[in-house]
Design a protein around this ligand. Structure first.
Ligand SMILES: O=C(O)c1cc(C(=O)O)c2c(n1)C(=O)C(=O)c1cc(C(=O)O)[nH]c1-2
Ligand SMILES: [Ca+2]
Length: 677
């Protein structure tokens, strides 16, 4: 066995030639999606349909985190690099699970409420001896792969206005490390930036939406985009959105990189751009020159986004035969519920088909324009959008197996009712306006009507050529993990209800499962070391769909599990979820409950869920807290003990009377749902 430092030093070799050579046999998992095409297809076949039922635990590793874990473990030459919540990086011996080093970027915990969707991180990039992480506070940090020491760091949001965060894995294309950011729920303008891998010096930046049109445009792509926005909406005040917070892929032959852009800011199309317009380049796939950041082409999947339909979802590059012709394509299943096949040379639309029920469009015409359903844009009526803003598919990576020709896709529906808020003003908190008290700018309110659609979570095997489902597995809840597929004809997926599962890639037959101590959201990866194949997954319940609810009674800390055939390590002791009784006996004034409801929706809902109805996830439900905590709620809301765990401090934002109203809503709701004796 090599010393750990020698193993870590192998990262010295990771460059473009290494990544492309690895793709031929995939012994290592050197980039977040295993190769530049991000297929998440491993050619390893030691574990196959015949022996997968003999998988046992090789080792587990405690990430010591209590919030969402979304990173895919990256592995080179027996060293695994993985991130936990709050962007903490861990280097682990991939054969034994021994810690090599950890790096805590010390993100200020008050940043917690500057991100919409939990303090998550989707993993690292490796390049020539360095490990790159995008910290939640927007710093891009280069670490020495052997020691974990900082080589350089760069504040990627310096000079920008608004709530920016980084949650995605950086990518390295051609010696440049590239990172975008999140923030389009708050009111920001999306951009991505490329930095020199050695020095951190900025090389290029591309904005995805135009700025104030009275100022010069950064480039021709912005001049053209501005024509698709109505200036009377003054979109630049709320930034316009289009944040690129996750997917980037690269085709070295075409010398093109592709990035998925985010939703409009605010969400309401009417508020952003009152006379309509497509609002380029929101909800699009954009091809850029990786050397210069110059725009090459775009395809917009959701023109005039009105539902938080981001196109940041993981893309896959594949070479398919379609109608008898070989085509270089991008496979994509964005939030909007359609599966897209796009020509990646030209950006031309090939086909789109809905992979779940949708109620905003009936399909796409031959030019790639959606055929809209008017009711989904009715600004006077509440709308139960299907898919909802959490997407028919979110960031949970899908995988593509060239042998079966199928894409393995975590599909879902999470219901929420929304209505346009005609009284919305930028950066004004108002009762009922979704999370406006914590800085959201969606221009949507939550109306009294509850949604009628039902939550759903399923694993879909999708044939991208035929554009149809090959098989599916229904899960008990939405918000299941990303997928991995292998030459052993397997698909691996973790589930919201706390299992790691292997399926036959051809027909979806379940072949193996293991409990993993809490709900899984991240995608697994696989690698060999000392001739042995391992499948590893980083587990930790959270992300936006895991904050307020859950599908398991277990709540173990963030943990990496590595499985191998015949391995017999002992599972760590699982931790049970601690949920109190429905809160009872807090004195309150029922006349204040209605105001309290509006304030609750504006300040508490996204993290804590509906009191007594949601059951709590990575963050506890206020309907199941100790009565003493609710009685003294102001102690928790104003500079409370949870601020060092990421809870916002509402000092100066809520009055004591308003806190009384929120208490009335919490206790009133609990009393109204308590079963009558
Ligand atoms: O608009 C944005 O800038 C933005 C950023 C992020 C993020 O950075 O995590 C998410 C979203 N939007 C979003 O819409 C969403 O559903 C979402 C889920 C998650 C997650 O990690 O679970 N992040 C994000
Ligand atoms: Ca968003």
């Amino acid at each position: 066995q090599q010393p750990a430092a020698a193993r870590a030093a192998a990262v010295q070799q990771v460059d473009q030639a290494f990544i492309r050579a690895n793709a031929a046999k995939t012994p290592d998992w050197p980039t977040i999606g295993v190769d530049y095409a991000e297929t998440r297809y491993s050619r390893l076949s030691q574990i196959d349909t015949g022996n997968v039922n003999k998988l046992g635990l090789a080792w587990s590793y405690n990430l010591e985190s209590t919030r969402g874990v979304e990173a895919t473990p990256v592995v080179v030459n027996g060293v695994m690099y993985v991130t936990a919540s709050w962007s903490v990086v861990h280097a682990i011996d991939a054969r034994t699970g021994q810690k090599l080093w950890t790096y805590e970027p010390k993100v200020d915990r008050t940043m917690g409420s500057k991100g919409c969707c939990d303090v998550v991180n989707r993993g690292v990039a490796l390049w020539k001896g360095k490990v790159y992480v995008g910290a939640f506070d927007g710093r891009l940090i280069a670490l020495d792969a052997v020691t974990g020491k900082v080589v350089w760091e760069k504040n990627t949001i310096e000079g920008q206005k608004g709530a920016y965060t980084s949650t995605g894995a950086p990518r390295v294309f051609k010696g440049k490390v590239i990172i975008g950011n999140g923030g389009a729920e708050y009111g920001v303008r999306g951009y991505i930036t490329a930095y020199d891998t050695e020095t951190g010096k900025q090389i290029w930046r591309w904005y995805s939406v135009p700025g104030d049109p009275s100022k010069p445009f950064e480039d021709e792509s912005m001049r053209r985009a501005a024509k698709t926005w109505d200036p009377s909406g003054k979109w630049w005040q709320a930034g316009g959105g289009g944040t690129m917070w996750d997917s980037m892929v690269f085709d070295p032959q075409l010398n093109l990189m592709y990035v998925g852009t985010g939703n409009g800011s605010p969400w309401s199309h009417r508020a952003r751009s009152p006379k309509g317009g497509d609002n380029l380049y929101l909800a699009s796939i954009v091809a850029l020159d990786p050397d210069t950041g110059h725009y090459k082409w775009h395809y917009q999947e959701t023109p005039g986004d009105n539902w938080d339909y981001t196109s940041t979802q993981p893309m896959i590059l594949a070479d398919l035969t379609i109608a008898g012709k070989p085509r270089k394509v991008i496979l994509h299943a964005p939030k909007n519920g359609f599966f897209f096949v796009i020509d990646r040379v030209t950006g031309r639309f090939i086909s789109a088909k809905n992979f779940v029920d949708v109620n905003w469009a009936t399909g796409y015409d031959k030019n790639g324009r959606p055929i809209g359903i008017a009711s989904a844009r009715d600004v006077d009526k509440p709308n139960d959008a299907i898919p909802g803003p959490n997407g028919a598919h979110n960031w949970h990576p899908m995988s593509f197996n060239p042998k079966t020709g199928l894409v393995y896709l975590p599909a879902q529906h999470i219901p929420i009712e929304l209505k346009d808020d005609k009284n919305w003003r930028f950066n004004q908190s108002a009762p009922g306006q979704l999370q406006s008290g914590t800085g959201w700018n969606t221009a949507k309110v939550i109306p009294a009507e509850p949604p009628t659609s039902k939550p759903m979570g399923r694993l879909v095997a999708w044939d991208p050529v035929a554009q149809k489902e090959a098989w599916r597995v229904e899960h008990v809840a939405p918000w299941n993990g990303g997928t991995l597929t292998t030459a052993g004809n397997l698909v691996f997926q973790g589930t919201a209800d706390g299992r790691m599962v292997a399926y036959n890639a051809t027909n979806g037959e379940k072949l193996w499962e293991s409990p993993v101590g809490t709900g899984v959201v991240a995608a697994p990866s696989t690698y060999t070391v000392d001739g042995q194949q391992y499948v590893a997954v980083a587990v930790g319940w959270g992300g936006v769909g895991g904050l307020a609810d859950r599908a398991t009674e277990r709540n173990s800390p963030g943990t990496v599990y590595a499985f191998a055939v015949g391995a017999t390590a002992k599972m760590p002791a699982f931790v049970e979820y601690r949920m109190g009784k429905l809160v009872q006996g807090v004195p309150y004034d029922p006349a204040k409950a209605q105001l309290g409801a509006g304030l609750y929706l504006a300040n508490c809902l996204a993290c804590h869920g509906v009191p007594g109805v949601s059951r709590g996830g990575a963050i506890p439900n206020l309907g199941y807290m100790d009565a003493a905590i609710i009685r003294d709620l102001s102690k928790f809301i104003f500079k409370g003990p949870a601020t060092d765990r990421g809870m916002p401090d509402f000092t100066g934002k809520l009055t004591n009377d308003e806190v009384e109203a929120i208490k009335a809503f919490i206790q009133g709701t609990a009393d109204s749902i308590r079963p009558k004796k």
